[in-house]
Design a protein around this ligand. Structure first.
Ligand code: IMP
Length: 212
């Protein structure tokens, strides 16, 4: 049985493969969206991270009739009423320029003492006979007053996770991946759906085997 991960981002796909290794051992084949020809391009114009993640998972399941897992993520800033949130990638415009996004966020918070924020990642699962469902992972922290660090991507140079003095962009990939919103969402997904996916994979293997 296949689980299609609705992403074309190789780093995300690698993280998904690592965290789903147990389910893979039970017969689940993890496939990236880039490996499935003819998948529709799904427009991420939902009003919440949940909306977008569900749209992507349901879109891939509808096109393939297979199991599909999708994610959406963003940074929510308390003093901005949760913005940029679902608009994180296009905060400073449709060109998705991370440096322009970071500049705009620092300008929006200029002189503001409440710099509390969180990264949030929502994962959605859709599959045969399974109503689409979501889980989430969060990483709480604060927004700096200037960019720091060269690792990571997006808003990483502006985000200091609670319990650390460095930004995400100053931490190593291993350190970030232990505490990130995405890693936490994936662990929640495994708790919620791991048994179901392992059982469905085992059933499919039995059905497909010559003696099954
Ligand atoms: P998506 O989940 O790839 O759609 O991410 C949406 C946007 O949220 C990205 O373009 C980034 O701007 C921001 N974002 C999500 N996760 C992270 C992260 O781990 N670090 C920095 N920025 C992130």
């Amino acid at each position: 049985m296949r689980l299609i991960i609705a992403t074309r981002n190789p780093d995300k796909l690698r993280e998904f493969r690592e965290l789903l290794a147990d389910a893979a051992a039970a017969g689940l084949t993890i496939v990236g969206a880039g490996e499935v020809p003819g998948l529709p391009e799904i427009v991420e114009d939902g009003t919440t991270l949940e909306d977008n993640a569900i749209r992507k998972a349901v879109g891939v399941h509808a096109a393939t009739s297979e199991w599909a897992l999708a994610d959406d993520s963003g940074v929510e800033v308390d003093a901005l009423g949760g913005e940029p949130g679902v608009h994180s990638a296009i905060y400073a415009g449709p060109h998705r320029d991370p440096e322009a996004n970071n500049r705009k966020l620092l300008e929006a918070l200029a002189g503001c003492s409440n710099r509390r924020a969180r990264f949030r990642c929502v994962l959605a699962l859709a599959g045969p006979g399974f109503p689409p469902a979501t889980v989430e992972g969060r990483c709480e922290g604060v927004i700096t007053t200037e960019p720091r660090g060269r690792h990571g991507f997006g808003y990483d140079p502006l985000f200091i996770p609670d319990g650390f003095s460095q930004t995400f962009a100053e931490l190593s990939a291993e350190q970030k991946n232990r505490i990130s919103h995405r890693a936490r969402a994936l662990r929640a997904a495994l708790r919620a759906w791991g048994p179901l996916l392992r059982a469905a994979a085992a059933q499919a293997t039995q059905r497909d085997s010559p003696s099954g």
